[in-house]
Design a protein around this ligand. Structure first.
Ligand code: NDP
Length: 288
């Protein structure tokens, strides 16, 4: 089965729109996401446009704060402080990458953890690593890992006791995904660029999550029959110039129980997680 991210995302956004309409009745306004975009990176600009479009579909407000590439770290910090204090803003997303002269680490820690919709501040990271059961209502987990879990849930994959392999150990994808999988009682192996005989490890997996950033890295020889494959990667295929994932979908799909395509898979649900996280921040800020 090839996962239909577009259809599932449409369903999620529709449910969110209905919930947000109820919040408006109760509190007089809908949740509001503020996205801070520094500079004009092509990928970031496209992602922010997609945030605006999908916020509308989810019945949320989305305010984009655009700052020049040449903005200083102090100016960006000050902009975040204003959003922290603005009671009409419930969620803050600082679009990465930031220009090189700005410290990502310092900027992230300026975000009020209660409004941190991508779960990147120290407090939210620490809560994720302490919790033993996935409860998304208490604090925000990063959007992409949350979307990976949503895909597995929608595909009715019972993770309990399954052998899962996550390829990639970044703070924003690989590591949080591995913790969320563990909380569902999966047995988790995390692979990275120093892993020996990676293909043999991946071949043993019931569930593979690929978050590497290398076009079509996972080929048919790495995937066993009946495996579930979630492809997080967003790359450009050098031969065709088209977007592709970390998995060679065409080579692998016939042997999979389920596989997510690129585009049309994880990315679709990641934006939904951003909207869900914003709504959850609103509810917590209103003690709802
Ligand atoms: P990073 O570059 O931060 O991390 C990549 C990871 O892959 C690292 O842990 C690295 O290992 C590992 N890796 C690199 N090469 C190899 C190799 N040859 N063998 C095994 N492991 C390897 O990337 P991100 O986690 O941020 O993103 C991963 C991919 O997911 C990218 O394509 C990105 O564009 C995409 N992405 C998609 C999102 C979505 O919503 N769909 C959201 C975020 C990212 P090591 O730690 O040893 O260096």
């Amino acid at each position: 089965m090839v996962f239909d991210g577009k259809a599932v995302a449409a369903k999620v956004l529709q449910t969110l729109a209905a919930e947000n309409a109820k919040l408006k009745e109760r509190y007089g306004r809908v949740p509001c996401l503020s996205v801070l975009l520094v500079g004009e990176d092509y990928g970031s600009t496209r992602y922010v446009a997609s945030c605006e479009k999908n916020a509308q579909r989810a019945g949320l407000e989305c305010k984009v704060v655009r700052m020049a590439e040449t903005s200083s770290e102090e100016e960006v910090t000050e902009a975040i402080r204003r959003l922290n204090e603005d009671s009409s803003v419930d969620g803050i997303l600082v679009q990465m990458p930031l220009p090189k002269h700005i410290s990502q680490e310092r900027i992230v820690e300026t975000i009020l953890p209660d409004k941190d919709v991508d779960g990147v501040t120290d407090r939210n990271v620490s809560q994720l690593w302490k919790q033993r059961r996935n409860d998304y209502s208490r604090f925000c987990v990063p959007c992409t890992p949350r979307s990976v879990m949503r895909i597995l849930e929608e595909s009715e994959i019972d993770l309990d006791g399954l052998n899962t392999v996550v390829i990639g150990r970044s703070n924003i994808v690989g590591m949080p995904v591995s913790k969320l999988l563990m909380n569902e009682n999966a047995t988790v192996t995390v692979c990275h660029s120093h892993t020996k005989d990676l293909a043999a490890i991946v071949r043993e997996a019931d569930v593979v999550v690929a978050a590497i950033g290398k076009a079509k890295f996972v080929g048919a020889e790495m995937v066993r029959n009946g495996a579930v494959v979630v492809d997080v990667g967003i790359n450009v295929d050098e031969t065709t110039g088209k977007m592709c994932g970390d998995v060679d979908t065409e080579a692998v799909k016939d042997r999979c129980k389920m596989i997510t395509p690129v585009p049309g898979g994880v990315g679709q649900l990641t934006i939904c997680s951003l909207m869900e996280n914003t709504m959850d921040c609103f509810k917590r800020l209103h003690n709802g």
